[in-house]
Design a protein around this ligand. Structure first.
Ligand code: GTP
Ligand code: NA
Ligand code: MG
Length: 290
């Protein structure tokens, strides 16, 4: 039922939730427990995403400052993640940004896993949160629904393995696939100007395999992959689907949410980039149009 060049790819997971409910702490504890120490001196590059391996299976986590990047990408129509982890502090319950996060996930048709965080706190009230979830139409398994809720303490490292297992389970049910044999397409999840290396862009490869030397177009910019690094800062030659990579080879810093495409050659990349320049110029010349 699918073209036979596709393979199962790692799920891309985004962690969202209300301010201070523990998104960053959760991302940190997952990275610390699952990314082997000692690789490239144990220094984790911050490139906006990282991959972990659980029982031989990879999971890609978007390590972006939650909402803003996600919203920016959605505004450009970029679908990045396959699964949304909604972090809810068990002592605080559902808050405005929790609702927003759930709305985002629903709009993007992403399956949701609830990470009920801070269960170590004395005033944690899991039952209250479960009831609040029911009130907004999130039916958890315990109540006969389909949404998985995992009690965790990001600070104490409780429930993290369960959470990772459930992510893999949900991913398996989603049957997430891509064809690694195509020219790559992806999305910019982070970009910055670096003193010595110039424009650095983190790309999440979504289809195909990105390779050294590929001619690329990123929004209005044409370029070539001149260097490529993985989330551990290691130089790599190619990146299959769901791999986050930092690339050098663009003359300017692209925008978060811009799409990357590999073209047949440099000339095609320049042409495509020029078309995008004109398209954006026309859009900004038409006031009132969003
Ligand atoms: P923003 O990025 O500002 O929205 O916050 P965040 O969701 O990333 O929360 P963050 O990880 O910064 O955690 C906020 C506070 O809650 C910090 O002081 C954490 O140490 C604390 N915290 C996070 N997880 C837990 C937990 O499981 N238990 C307890 N007791 N505290 C936690
Ligand atoms: Na915080
Ligand atoms: Mg944070």
């Amino acid at each position: 039922h699918h073209d036979d060049q596709t393979v199962i790819i790692p799920p891309v997971v985004t962690i969202m939730g209300h301010v201070d409910h523990g998104k960053t702490t959760l991302l940190d504890v997952i990275r610390k427990t699952k990314v082997a120490a000692g690789e490239v001196g144990g220094i984790t590059q911050h490139i906006g995403a990282y991959q972990v391996e659980v029982n031989g299976k990879k999971i890609t986590f978007l390590d972006t400052p939650g909402h803003e990047a996600f919203t920016a990408m959605r505004a450009r129509g970029a679908q990045v993640a396959h699964i949304a982890i909604i972090v809810i502090a068990a002592d605080d319950g559902i808050m405005p940004q929790t609702r927003e996060a759930i709305d985002h996930a629903r709009a993007a048709k992403m399956p949701i896993i609830i990470a009920l965080n801070k269960i170590d706190r004395p005033n944690a009230n899991p039952d209250r949160v479960k009831q609040q979830l029911a009130e907004i139409g999130i039916m958890i398994e315990e109540y006969g629904g389909e949404t998985i809720l995992v009690p965790v303490s990001a600070r104490q490292g409780i429930g993290i393995d369960d959470l990772l297992d459930y992510i893999l389970l949900v991913a398996e049910l989603q049957d997430i696939r891509a064809n690694p044999n195509l020219p790559a397409t992806g999305v910019i999840i982070e970009a910055r100007l670096e003193k010595n290396s110039g424009a650095m862009a983190t790309v999440l490869v979504q289809q195909g395999t990105l390779k050294m030397g590929d001619s690329i177009v990123v929004g209005p910019l044409a370029g070539k992959v001149r260097a490529m690094f993985n989330d551990r800062g290691k130089r790599i030659q190619k990146a299959p689907p769901s791999t986050p990579v930092s690339i050098m080879g663009l003359s300017e810093v692209p925008q978060t949410g811009d799409r990357l495409e590999v073209t047949s050659d440099e000339r095609a990349a320049r042409l495509r980039a020029q078309q995008e320049v004109e398209k954006r110029r026309n859009e900004s010349a038409a006031p009132g149009q969003v």
